[in-house]
Design a protein around this ligand. Structure first.
Ligand SMILES: N[C@@H](CCC(=O)N[C@@H](CS)C(=O)NCC(=O)O)C(=O)O
Length: 214
């Protein structure tokens, strides 16, 4: 049994979960919260220099970083090999970096700032993150129509949680219809719907306030 350490509301946990769902691999989710100190200790020990999740335990092989988890699944589980098809691997890995570094992590700047100082966040910092999101949305707009068209790949695993949450922080504007449509295609995938549904009870905790949609 594959063991995944993470949280149902965590964007990077979704990324690994979507890959597991797409490959139809059974796994147990060990939730990271104060009610499960053993799980927190496992992640502190195995989640890289900053003890982050998700972390995968595959029969004793322990992997952190969502992308590395997907690389591990694709390399070691036949049913997951389609997540990184060899003919398109370089392009997919490049777009995976774009979604992590320029969508997910930029969106998180605004979120973490709100968590750091809920009553007096640095709004200039948050506005800057929102402006960066608008820039990356414009860059993605010309590439979005080609994405999420066949079976699920590494890029879809990254794009779904990135765009789900980034749109809550800075809505994708009507000047980016193909990106809006990509987000809708991703959120309609059963593999993603499972994550959205499992995260629903936690929406009230979204630091910037969750919109009444999705
Ligand atoms: N680069 C990491 C990022 C993981 C990450 O930021 N995880 C968040 C949850 S979505 C986390 O561990 N937050 C708790 C913490 O930073 O202590 C990955 O791709 O897995």
């Amino acid at each position: 049994m594959l063991e995944l350490y993470g949280h149902p509301f965590s964007s990077y946990t979704w990324k690994a979960q979507i890959a597991l769902h797409a490959a139809d691999l059974d796994y147990k989710l060990h939730v990271i919260d104060p009610g499960h100190p053993d799980n927190m200790a496992f992640v502190a020990k195995h989640g890289g220099p900053f003890g982050k999740f998700p972390v995968l335990d595959d029969d004793g092989t322990v992997v952190f970083e969502a992308t590395s988890i997907i690389e591990h699944l694709a390399a070691h589980h036949q049913r997951a090999s389609g997540l990184i098809p060899s003919g398109r691997a370089e392009k997919l890995r490049n777009l995976d970096r774009v979604f992590d570094n320029y969508v997910m992590n930029v969106m998180n700047i605004a979120v973490y700032e709100q968590m750091r100082a809920p009553d007096a966040p640095d709004t200039a910092r948050q506005d800057e993150a929102r402006a960066q999101l608008r820039t990356v949305y414009a860059w993605l707009e010309s590439r979005a129509d080609a994405l999420c068209r066949e079976h699920i790949t590494l890029v879809d695993c990254a794009a779904a949680p990135s765009l789900f949450y980034a749109d809550w922080v800075e809505p994708i504007g009507d000047d980016c219809p193909d990106l809006q449509a990509l987000r809708a295609r991703l959120l309609a995938l059963p593999e993603v719907v499972k994550c959205v549904d499992a995260a629903y009870p936690y929406r009230q905790y979204f630091p910037l306030g969750a919109p009444d949609r999705d």
